[in-house]
Ligand binder design. Structure first.
Ligand SMILES: NC(=O)c1ccc[n+]([C@@H]2O[C@H](COP(=O)([O-])OP(=O)(O)OC[C@H]3O[C@@H](n4cnc5c(N)ncnc54)[C@H](OP(=O)(O)O)[C@@H]3O)[C@@H](O)[C@H]2O)c1
Length: 288
C-alpha cells in the first residue's frame, strides 16, 4: 500500500486531501505541527527519513500574506527553509514530492494573466517565500516533483470558511442588504475540492513539472460577490469599492490571474471549468 506523508492536513486544502486519501485507503501519515514543525526546519529531515514515505504531499505553510510581510524571517523559515528540508529528505528517500505554490509568485510585471511560461516576479514576501520553496523543490527532487500553483483558494464549507466567499454567503444568509467588494484587484479562483481530486489523480500517475491549477477567468472579488448574489437570488445591492479602502500590510498586485498551457496535456480528468460554474459547485455545499 502506498505510504503517503501529508503536511498541513488540518488546513483548507489538506483536509480535503486527507479525507480523499482515507477513502482511497492509502497508508497515510498526517504530520501535524507536533511532529513536523515548520518553525524548526532542521528537525524535519530526521523525522521524514524515519517514516520513509513513497509520496510527500506538502501543504503546510504560513499562509497569512500580511503576517509574512510584517515578519519576512517567519515567511523565509516556514515557506522556504522548511520546504528545502522537506525536499532534501524527499530526495534522500526517493519519494515523489508535491508542493502547492501560489499565484502570488506573479504580479510585479503588471500583466492580467500569467501562465507557466511567464517568469515569476512576486510583489510581496509571501510570494517570494513560496517562490524560494519552488526553487528548493526543483533543486533537491529534480525528476520527482510536481509543483501546483493555485489561485485564490475557496473551500472549507459552512463550518470552516471564514474567507471571502464564506463571508459573503453568510452575510447574504443573515439578511444583509448592502454588500461591498473590491473591484480593482484581480485573480483566479481554485476550488480546493477540485484541486484535491486532481492531486489524488496526479499522485497515482506520478505527474511531474510545474502546473497552474485554477478555474478559467481572471476576475475581481466584486465579480465573485455578484456571482454569489445571482446563485443565492440576492435582492440587495453589491457596491464595487477600491482596495485602498482596506489598507493591508502586504502589497497586492493589480492581477495574479493564472491560466495553464499544460494542464490539459497532463490528463483530461479533473480539469477546472469556467469560474462561475466552479464557484456555483462550491456555494452549493452551503445549501445542503
Ligand atoms: N489559501 C489560499 O488562497 C492559497 C492559494 C494558493 C496557494 N496556497 C498554498 O496552498 C497550501 C495550503 O493552503 P491552505 O489555505 O489550505 O492552508 P491553511 O488553511 O492556512 O492551513 C495551513 C496549514 O499549515 C499548517 N501549519 C502552519 N504553521 C505550521 C507549523 N509551524 N508547523 C507545521 N504546520 C504548520 C497548519 O496547521 P495548524 O492547523 O496546526 O495551524 C495548517 O494545517 C499552502 O502551501 C499555501 O501556501 C494557498
Amino acid at each position: 500500500m502506498m505510504k503517503i506523508l501529508i503536511t498541513g492536513g488540518s488546513g483548507m486544502l489538506g483536509a480535503y486531501v486527507t479525507r480523499a486519501c482515507n477513502i482511497s485507503r492509502y497508508n497515510i501519515v498526517v504530520a501535524d505541527r507536533s511532529r513536523l514543525d515548520l518553525s524548526h526546519p532542521s528537525a524535519i529531515e530526521h523525522y521524514i527519513k524515519e517514516i520513509q514515505p513513497q509520496v510527500i504531499l506538502h501543504f503546510a505553510a504560513e499562509t497569512d500574506v500580511d503576517l509574512c510581510e510584517r515578519d519576512p524571517r517567519r515567511a523565509g523559515i516556514y515557506n522556504h527553509l522548511a520546504t528545502e528540508h522537506i525536499a532534501r529528505a524527499s530526495g534522500a528517500c526517493g519519494a515523489w514530492l508535491l508542493y502547492i505554490s501560489s499565484s502570488n509568485v506573479f504580479g510585479a510585471e503588471g500583466k492580467t494573466c500569467y501562465n507557466e511560461l511567464d517568469i515569476p516576479l512576486p510583489t510581496n514576501y509571501y510570494g517570494r517565500s513560496k517562490l524560494m520553496g519552488e526553487l528548493a523543490v526543483r533543486a533537491h527532487c529534480p525528476d520527482n516533483h510536481l509543483i501546483l500553483r493555485a489561485g485564490w483558494m475557496i473551500g472549507g464549507g459552512p463550518e470552516k470558511d471564514h474567507k471571502f466567499v464564506g463571508k459573503i454567503v453568510q452575510q447574504i444568509k443573515s439578511g444583509a442588504t448592502e454588500l461591498r467588494a473590491v473591484n480593482d484587484r484581480l485573480g483566479s479562483i481554485t476550488y480546493a475540492g477540485q484541486l484535491s481530486d486532481f492531486i489524488i489523480w496526479a499522485t497515482e500517475h506520478r505527474q511531474t513539472g510545474t502546473l497552474h491549477f485554477a478555474s478559467c477567468g481572471t476576475i475581481s472579488r466584486f465579480d465573485i460577490a455578484r456571482a454569489i448574489g445571482d446563485i443565492l437570488d440576492f435582492k440587495g445591492n453589491i457596491h464595487p469599492v477600491k482596495s485602498s479602502l482596506f489598507p493591508l500590510s502586504a502589497p497586492r498586485p493589480f492581477s495574479e490571474g493564472i491560466e495553464s498551457v499544460y494542464l490539459s496535456l497532463a490528463g483530461k480528468a479533473f480539469i477546472p471549468g469556467f469560474w462561475k460554474d466552479d464557484l456555483a459547485k462550491y456555494v452549493a455545499s452551503f445549501q445542503v
